[in-house]
Design a protein around this ligand. Sequence first.
Ligand code: 13P
Length: 251
Amino acid sequence: MKKLMAANWKMYKTGAEAVETVQAMAGLLNGQAPEGREIVIFVPFTALERACGAMEAIKGAACGAEDVYPAAEGAFTGEISPAMIRACGASWVLTGHSERRHVIGESDSFVGEKTAFALANGLRVMLCIGETLEEREAGLLRNVLERQLKLGLKNVPADTPAEALAIAYEPVWAIGTGKTATTDDIVETHAICRSLMREVLGDKADKTPLLYGGSVKPANAGSILALDNVDGVLVGGASLKADSFTQIINA
Ligand code: 13P
């Protein structure tokens, strides 16, 4: 399986800034993802169409939206549908990012509705899961991951190909804090995630990429990518600059 090198630009970058960053990356990468790597950048809605156009200059790279609403169209002010995302040229979407869960207040079952609807409507989905520090300290790690995975993948269409789905484990306490999980934490937690994925996805679980996210940077990306059950990384802050994300892609 290729390593999936994913960037989440969160609420950063206008269309023009997104194009500038993608063009700089295209130059640094000589127009293609390195051997054995696939690149995806999750971009704010307002920059999506322009960023997708610019991404055509990088072979093996794609764009995604950061969220989606689980309906084809309708009176849902402020929301966007899978078809709108695809019309921008994007093929991916994030669901269940911890900022959607903990800042905006999305429930596990709403995340599950989005995941199933996006998959059924032609998008590849990266479902994010992860525990807060309080949950980890209370010994609830496995329970939280199990609940988020089971409800997040509830109603996933049975004919979904393994490559249409990815899971990103992002411990909430490691996001934007500079505090990366230790390699032991990552190995232990990814093993739990993989066994839960097998319970929910059966045979497909081992072909579904499992990514780590949370304070990934050029200095730690290589050692994280070398760990068991780590099929890629999802990068926030360190993905905003072309040179630092390119170093991570090449790590
Ligand atoms: P940071 O890399 O800034 O910690 O963000 C991680 C993240 O939330 C990616 O989705």
